[in-house]
Design a protein around this ligand. Structure first.
Ligand code: HEC
Length: 108
């Protein structure tokens, strides 16, 4: 039983670290500056409430949202156009980049 727990734990760690290697945060940062910053802010702290903050959100959630805009499961005319132009790698890198930024507290 003990061995099983150790094996399961190291398997989970491997999974986490391989995800870390797969995504390229620097590439995500560059892409974000070129494409996303106008609406979501350079670090994902959007300047206007109409654009959701991406900074500090979970990478898996950002990735899921972008894939859903791309497939049409989640509908938004603006983001559908944005996501259509992104590759699988772009989505992983952008998600890792915005997740790595700290979300600023707002006083709403
Ligand atoms: C022209 C403005 C604009 C640009 C440029 C833009 N977005 Fe968006 N984005 C929006 C709007 C508006 C929404 C809210 C859509 C909705 O209600 O689903 C949104 C929503 C999102 C969401 C969902 C957030 C959440 O909390 O559910 C993600 C993720 C996202 N954008 C990522 C990106 C990325 C990555 C880029 C660059 C490739 C980008 N956006 C470029 C306007 C923009």
């Amino acid at each position: 039983m003990r061995n099983f727990i150790i094996a399961a734990a190291s398997g989970a760690l491997l999974l986490i670290s391989s995800q870390g290697i797969a995504a390229d945060i620097e590439a995500g940062k560059k892409k974000a500056a070129e494409v996303c910053a106008a609406c979501h802010g350079p670090d994902g702290n959007s300047p206007a409430p109409a654009f959701p903050k991406l900074a500090g959100q979970h990478a898996s959630y950002l990735e899921k949202s972008l894939n859903e805009y791309k497939s049409g499961t989640r509908k938004d005319p603006i983001m559908a156009g944005m996501a259509a132009a992104l590759s699988k790698e772009d989505i992983e890198n952008l998600s890792a980049y915005f997740a790595s930024q700290s979300g600023l507290k707002t006083r709403y």
